[in-house]
Ligand binder design. Sequence first.
Ligand SMILES: NC(=O)C1=CN([C@@H]2O[C@H](COP(=O)(O)OP(=O)(O)OC[C@H]3O[C@@H](n4cnc5c(N)ncnc54)[C@H](O)[C@@H]3O)[C@@H](O)[C@H]2O)[C@H](O)CC1
Ligand SMILES: [K+]
Length: 515
Amino acid sequence: MRVLSAQQMREVDRRTIEDIGIPGAVLMENAGRGAAARIAARYADVFPGPVLVLAGKGNNGGDGFVIARCLLEQGWQVSTLALAERSAYSGDAALNLEVLLRLSDAVGFACDETQLGSALAAGGNPRLVVDALFGTGLSSAVRGHFAAAIAWLNAQSAAVVAVDIPSGVHADNGCVLGCAVQASLTLTFARPKIGHLVYPGAGLVGALEVVEIGIPAALVEACRPHNLWVDDEAARRLLPPRPAGGHKGTFGHLLVMGGSTGKSGAAALAADGAVRGGAGLVTLGCPAQLHDILEIKLTEPMTVPLPQVDGGLSLQALESLLALSQDKQALALGPGLGQGEETGALVRRLVRDCPLPQVIDADGLNALAGHLEIFSAREPGTTVLTPHPGEMARLAGVAVADVQQDRVAFARAFAEAHGVVLVLKGARSLTATPDGRLYINASGNPGMASGGMGDVLTGLIGAFLAQGVEAGAAAALAVYLHGRAADRLALRLGNAGLAATDLLREIPAARHELS
Ligand SMILES: NC(=O)C1=CN([C@@H]2O[C@H](COP(=O)(O)OP(=O)(O)OC[C@H]3O[C@@H](n4cnc5c(N)ncnc54)[C@H](O)[C@@H]3O)[C@@H](O)[C@H]2O)[C@H](O)CC1
Ligand SMILES: [K+]
């Protein structure tokens, strides 16, 4: 499903009003009336209230005034508290404030913390509160009486309905600006926003429902860059075709480079993950001393022993790997490689000299820390990196907090700066592409936080690259399928400590359910 940033929503609003000619007041009426209908339907047990609408000073507040009016029309007991002076309102919000004032005497104003405290104390205990303080216009940390209102609201036992987005959550990245409302239900307009779907925002929206307000779908589809919520529907469209007449060669040959002493399992999981991702053939290049072990562990993937040093692959393996890559369609490097100096030098040479689409994970990423210039030697958009936040911080030479502060902005900036597809792993993993696309992953669960899961993902991404899927789509699809397989497993086994080996077995069924 298409997802919008705050800026894209403002642009779509603007074009609807200016280019199409639908007045903003009509959009606001549709938004408020649609939201009121959802509230009445979901909270019929609360009827007739009492309901409190907290209205901010912009159009989010304007929506709140329309919601109050519509609920009053249906017999609800509604009081409204505007957190700005009457004269501070303008445009459609002012219009709807004046209308509400003519229809209701339960409209108050609170412009500072003292007035707010008095008004809330006099208002009794509402059973439902409508948060219409801030929407997509929030641009800085919430302070003063707005922050006091949010603190009061979060301390209530009432049901909380957030209009458009929980106030305090930034629509572009899900970040909390100072403080934010914990909603039971969020009613947003036209399409979900990025901030609804990325933590911490995702943890504050409660149930999320989209209310259509009359914005032409064509204007939404015209928004660039693409932000996409990757759920079953989106993943189905990303799946590569599987022609009936296909043969092993049709579905690509992936070369996996991995393994070191004590880490043969990582290489095996990546190779097996690639088989289950649908690669036609898989070859694993591994240190010679692990070859016999991996021959026994693996059945479908082929294995090639390579020169080693100190238990890991040596630089002497470069020529063999470049030769092996000649008849392959993609390269996966990193699982279990170890952090030996020669292995690091080998990774850097391969990333630079092998033109195949690549997915680089784990120790492959560690070898590239401090050598980001290597990516500029590669075709933009043909390299997929799959760091968790710690690996991301090491690779970029920053603190983990810098990565996590605004995951969306960090992922987009790094992908664009280095011409890579970046999978920033975590709850709701993000996939950012050099041309600005953002994929937000809907699948997965905490049971995936165990060793080996990342190796399987590397194999899955490599498999879709080998099948010729464009790197951004390949990464987003693999991340979704990986999490969907884990969700299938968690349905049966719970989500504490799932094993990557068990997840492997779920992948074909998870993929079959998509096709
Ligand atoms: N036609 C439309 O645009 C429609 C908009 N809808 C609703 O409108 C809001 C967006 O409204 P906007 O006026 O742009 O901003 P907000 O109401 O979200 O914010 C109010 C106002 O607050 C100021 N502000 C920003 N940050 C802070 C802060 N930290 N402290 C204090 N004040 C702050 C800023 O000036 C804002 O203008 C959208 O979410 C929808 O709810 C309709 O739904 C559809 C039509
Ligand atoms: K809100």
